[in-house]
Design a binder for this molecule. Structure first.
Ligand code: F6P
Length: 422
């Protein structure tokens, strides 16, 4: 990773004095956060630290700001929208905030979707509800058309709240705007229950989703232990990264097998999953299996969603029921009388309001996103990294993938006692 990769783009010189009070905990522009805290990897560089700057790029009272929420639903979106609006309005004195409707579709001139005005009264209690008051959609839209909309509506800064597809779209929009020499700040706020945004140690929505996933695992455990040879199967979201399944497995401490996309496994054979479940039933009389939707190409072939991501929502692509039926058939064949209970909390883990820890994270990300835009930063996301808040260039984010690593996976193996499944 070069110093250039880590440089947060900027719209230009900051010549306006910030309207924030003098006692603000200012962040100097040179303040940095290491990419790696491993002493052997200090040379990998550092990110710019997020936070309020003494001198800013925009004259806030003359500004028009846009907000767009994209991708799948996620707990905390409304918290971020509300905190953006309140910080812009009360702290900086920005009077015009537009909420673009239904994701990038709301910026596409072809669709003629009208934005809504957002002020303190519109956002007063939205953080108590799940979903997004602006609506969401998946899918890319022509960056030139979206840039035209921003220019036509005289937007100075756009906050794009979303996951990897959104951040790719925000990056393309930023490049289009830079090519035109326009001075519009594009700031991403990383949102996904999957927690798979690179260089962000936790996306908002993840904690809430894990809390609810734990309830499903606890229920599966209760069902499995209440009968002779009970098998509880919990199917969770996680198409390319198994963070939800891994974290819920660790937190509930009731799962015996955890299947995620990053850890390939065999179904059949002496060391395969089916034989391991049979052995577990013989030894302990019950088994709980947590399965991430994208864990197995040999159980289900994914479709593609509008953003080009693998999608497991169709009956044909859904790994859960196939695994349940395969386990049932195998145990029947092996002469093991088992009772299988299958639980899929599905969208319930993401369509709820944010938990307390997510709500705190949402507020902080939103306020730092506002400070970043005011200081003329652009083409970045605001993220949490090693517990500090940073500006991560979108160019870097779109190049990398974040996946469950060996350390977290080892914790899962230690907690479950799951044997090698290959
Ligand atoms: O946004 C992430 C996510 O919740 C994934 O975990 C899941 O695979 C996907 O969205 C499903 O979303 P949808 O059915 O809305 O496309």
């Amino acid at each position: 990773m070069s110093a250039e990769d880590l440089r947060a783009p900027s719209l230009g010189e900051c010549s306006v004095t910030s309207p924030l009070p003098p006692e603000t905990l200012w962040v100097e522009d040179g303040a940095r956060v290491l990419v790696s805290t491993d002493p052997g990897e200090l040379a990998s560089g550092s990110f710019e630290r997020a936070g309020p700057r003494r001198r800013i790029f925009f004259e806030p009272r003359a500004m028009r700001v846009g907000i767009v929420t994209c991708g799948g639903m996620c707990p905390g979106i409304n918290n971020v929208v509300r905190a953006l609006v309140l910080e812009l309005h009360h702290k900086y004195g920005v009077r015009e905030v537009l909420g673009f409707r239904f994701g990038f579709e709301g910026l596409d001139p072809e669709t003629d979707t009208q934005p809504m005005g957002l002020g303190p009264s519109e956002v007063r209690s939205i953080h108590k509800a799940g979903g997004s008051i602006l609506g969401l959609s998946r899918g890319a839209h022509d960056p030139a058309g979206m840039a035209d909309t921003l220019v036509r509506r005289r937007i100075d800064a756009l906050f794009a709240i979303g996951g990897d597809g959104t951040l790719r779209g925000a990056r393309a929009l930023h490049e289009e705007i830079a090519r035109r020499g326009a001075r519009i700040a594009i700031i991403g706020v990383p949102k996904t229950i999957d927690n798979d945004v690179p260089f962000v140690d936790k996306t908002f929505g993840f904690d809430t989703a894990v809390e609810l996933a734990c309830l499903a695992i606890d229920a599966a455990h209760t069902e499995a232990t209440g009968v002779r040879n009970g098998v509880g199967i919990v199917r969770l979201m996680g198409r390319e990264a198994g963070f939800i399944a891994a974290a819920a497995t660790l937190a509930s401490a009731e799962a015996n097998f955890c299947l995620i996309p990053e850890a390939p496994f065999d179904l059949y054979g002496e060391r395969g999953l089916l034989a391991a479940i049979e052995q577990r039933l013989a030894a302990r009389g019950h088994a709980v299996v947590v399965v991430a939707e994208g864990c197995s190409a040999h159980l289900a072939r994914a479709d593609r969603d509008a953003s080009g991501n693998p999608s497991y929502s169709s009956a044909e692509a859904d790994v859960g029921p196939r695994l349940r039926d395969t386990i049932a058939a195998y145990l029947r064949e092996a002469g093991v009388g088992a009772t299988i209970k299958y639980i899929d909390p599905s969208y319930m883990i993401r369509s709820v309001p944010a938990s307390a820890t997510d709500a705190i994270l949402c507020g902080r990300l939103a306020r730092d996103a506002v400070h970043a835009a005011m200081a003329g930063k652009t083409g970045i996301l605001v993220g949490r990294w090693h517990r500090a808040f940073t500006h991560v260039p979108l160019g870097l984010v779109v190049k990398e993938r974040r996946r469950v690593g060996p350390d977290l996976w080892q914790q899962v193996l230690d907690t479950t006692g799951q044997p090698p499944l290959r």
